[in-house]
Design a protein around this ligand. Sequence first.
Ligand code: E4P
Length: 217
Amino acid sequence: MKFFVDTADIVDIRELDEAGLVDGVTTNPSLIAKSGRDFIEVTKEICALVSGPVSAEVTALDAPTMLEEGRKLAALADNVVVKLPLTFEGLKACQGLTADGIKTNVTLCFSANQGLLAAKAGATYISPFIGRLDDLGVDGMELIENLRIIYDNYGFETQILAASIRSADHVQQCALAGADVATVPPSVLKGLVKHKLTDAGLEAFMADWEKTGQSIL
Ligand code: E4P
């Protein structure tokens, strides 16, 4: 499973990239607002920093303007993926951008039927939102599992990009369910490395090493 980092924060992206944990980046209008940066400038900067796909979201609500915005965003860098909302207009824009050879990420997916429509419109990625479903008491992971079955049943090449991930358990469940990608907030991604037995084991090794009085260097 690939890891995309779900942020527009350059410092976080750089740090995680140095650990080899960034296969791509996803942003959305809320994350751009949180960064306090100019959308176009920060998108170009992220695209130059990472070689993998970088999702940048349109803000228009009608297909013709989405197409115009999408083409502008795609021209910023070779690795831009145009993010479109899962609406009827978004599906039309997805069809149009796909015909232009532009990669798309159809976002705000909350049902398997929506995901089926996005695949039929040629989406490169579908973004099912796990955490926001869990917030409503609905099992978000079931959506990932259902999309996996449907896409495999019909040989759709649309990649399942699990989004709205809130915990390490979400990441593990996505991997078990066969998500192609998980887009993960930096704090959750950094937290995946932690285990109390790793910490305890390392502490014991260091204490014993100290007793030997030796040094490797
Ligand atoms: C990424 O593509 C999504 O926009 C993001 O994962 C949403 O996460 P949230 O539900 O925690 O805002």
